[in-house]
Each structure stands twice: as structure tokens, then as C-alpha cells.
Write a protein that binds this ligand. Structure first.
Ligand SMILES: N[C@@H](CCC(=O)N[C@@H](CS)C(=O)NCC(=O)O)C(=O)O
Length: 229
């Protein structure tokens, strides 16, 4: 399989698909297509004609899949042993529901706090919309953990790592980078995601990237720039 991804520092959708593949141990090669550069769409269409022209896009032989949730479903169908979704049917339904909610929503948080793994920002009030999103997100996490994670089954939303954790990984990084306060259970969950070896691998590559996209130039001053100069 080949996964087309954007810049690791900024491409939250790429992180989701990449993390899902890497953390579940599936073999794939990656191809970076630079965001905000001329030729971005052409590079994707060259590999995946007729696709949405976005990253991530997964190529598996003659099959091209774009849209992150569609990639998760494709992997679930074609690699059933990988544990893409939780095994229990009720947990799986819950995981798909909260992943769809993530895919379609939390626009206030996503708008106010774009993913930027290279910086750490001062914690401050980011408005009522962001507060509502954070309340809902942390509520979802507690619900998943309390109802489905069981004791001793692992630190992720449904115990073992699944596509739901991949979908929420860039939410975790946003709450972390922007210093947004959350409850203790959510902090534990965030630590598990941020400590995942697959995520550390992505982060190391992100911090070594030389590209700064336009979004960064209008960003508020950062407390710390984590990129290597
Ligand atoms: N709904 C898509 C969103 C993908 C997306 O918007 N990716 C961004 C990068 S994070 C992108 O390709 N942007 C360039 C563009 O839309 O032209 C998914 O779930 O994969």
C-alpha cells in the first residue's frame, strides 16, 4: 500500500490515516505531497485519477481511497486481522459514531486551533465555541473509556488502539499545543496518544521538516518553537 500524505507538521487528516496504518502494524510506503505548493493536486491525480485530490489518499494496487473514514473502512474490510475498529459490535458502533462526529464537527476548535506540531501556544480563553467543543470531546472520551475500555485492556478509547483514536489524535495534539485545560481522565488519555511510538515517529519527522506553510505566518506568537533550526 502507498499512502499520500501532506506535511507532517500541519496535515491533521494525513496524521489520522498514517497513524492508523502504523499503529496497527500494516505495511505501507508513504509519499509526501507538499501542501500549499503548485502541483499539489496534479501529484495526487497522477497517482489517483478521479479522486478528491486531497491527502490522505491510500493506493492499494488498482484501488485508490480518499477520505479518511473511507480509508479506515477499506482497511477494516481488506485487513480484518489488523483491529481497525473495536471487535465488540456495540463498541464498534460507538467508535464509528464518534469518529463520524469528529469528521463532521468540532469546527470551532479546528478553526481556532489549527494543527501545528512545531509550536506550543500560551493557554488562554479561546471562546465559547471552542469551550463547547472541548466539553463534548472530553465527554465522548470519558463515555468511551467508561463504557467500553474495561480495566486493564489498554489506555485508548476502547482499550486497544483503534481508528477512533486515530481520528482523535489531532484533537489531542491541538489540546496539548494550545494549552487547553481538560479533566484528569482526558489528560491520561492524551498522554497515551502522545506517548504512542507511532505518534512519536510522526512527530520526530514533523519537527525535522523545513517547510513553513502560510498559515504559520499569520499565527499568533508561540510560546515555543519546537522545530529544529
Ligand atoms: N475530508 C477529507 C479531508 C482531507 C483534507 O482536507 N486534507 C487536506 C490536508 S490536511 C488537503 O488535502 N488540503 C488540500 C486541498 O484541499 O486542496 C478526509 O477525511 O480525508
Amino acid at each position: 500500500m502507498k499512502l499520500l500524505i501532506g506535511n507532517k507538521c500541519y496535515s491533521s487528516w494525513s496524521l489520522r490515516a498514517w497513524l492508523l496504518l502504523r499503529a496497527t502494524g500494516l505495511a505501507f510506503e508513504e509519499k509526501l505531497v507538499l501542501l500549499d505548493e503548485p502541483g499539489f493536486k496534479e501529484a495526487i491525480f497522477a497517482e489517483a485519477p478521479g479522486s478528491g485530490g486531497t491527502v490522505p489518499t491510500l493506493i492499494d494496487g488498482g484501488v485508490a481511497v480518499w477520505e479518511t473514514l473511507a480509508i479506515a473502512e477499506y482497511l477494516h474490510e481488506t485487513r480484518p486481522e489488523a483491529g481497525i475498529w473495536p471487535r465488540d459490535v456495540a463498541a464498534r458502533a460507538h467508535a464509528r459514531a464518534i469518529s463520524s462526529e469528529m469528521h463532521a464537527g468540532f469546527t470551532a476548535l479546528r478553526g481556532a486551533c489549527p494543527m501545528n506540531l512545531g509550536k506550543r501556544f500560551a493557554g488562554r480563553d479561546r471562546g465559547a465555541g471552542v469551550a463547547r467543543d472541548v466539553e463534548r470531546i472530553t465527554g465522548i472520551w470519558r463515555q468511551a473509556r467508561e463504557r467500553f475500555a474495561g480495566s486493564g485492556q489498554g489506555p485508548f478509547l476502547y482499550g486497544a488502539f483503534s481508528a477512533a483514536d486515530a481520528m482523535y489524535a489531532p484533537v489531542v495534539t491541538r489540546l496539548d499545543s494550545y494549552g487547553i485545560a481538560v479533566d484528569a481522565a482526558s489528560q491520561d488519555y492524551m498522554r497515551a496518544v502522545l506517548g504512542l511510538p507511532a505518534y512519536r515517529e510522526w512527530l520526530t519527522a514533523a519537527l525535522a521538516e523545513p517547510w513553513v506553510v502560510a498559515q504559520d505566518e499569520v499565527e499568533e506568537p508561540a510560546l515555543a518553537d519546537l522545530r529544529q533550526s
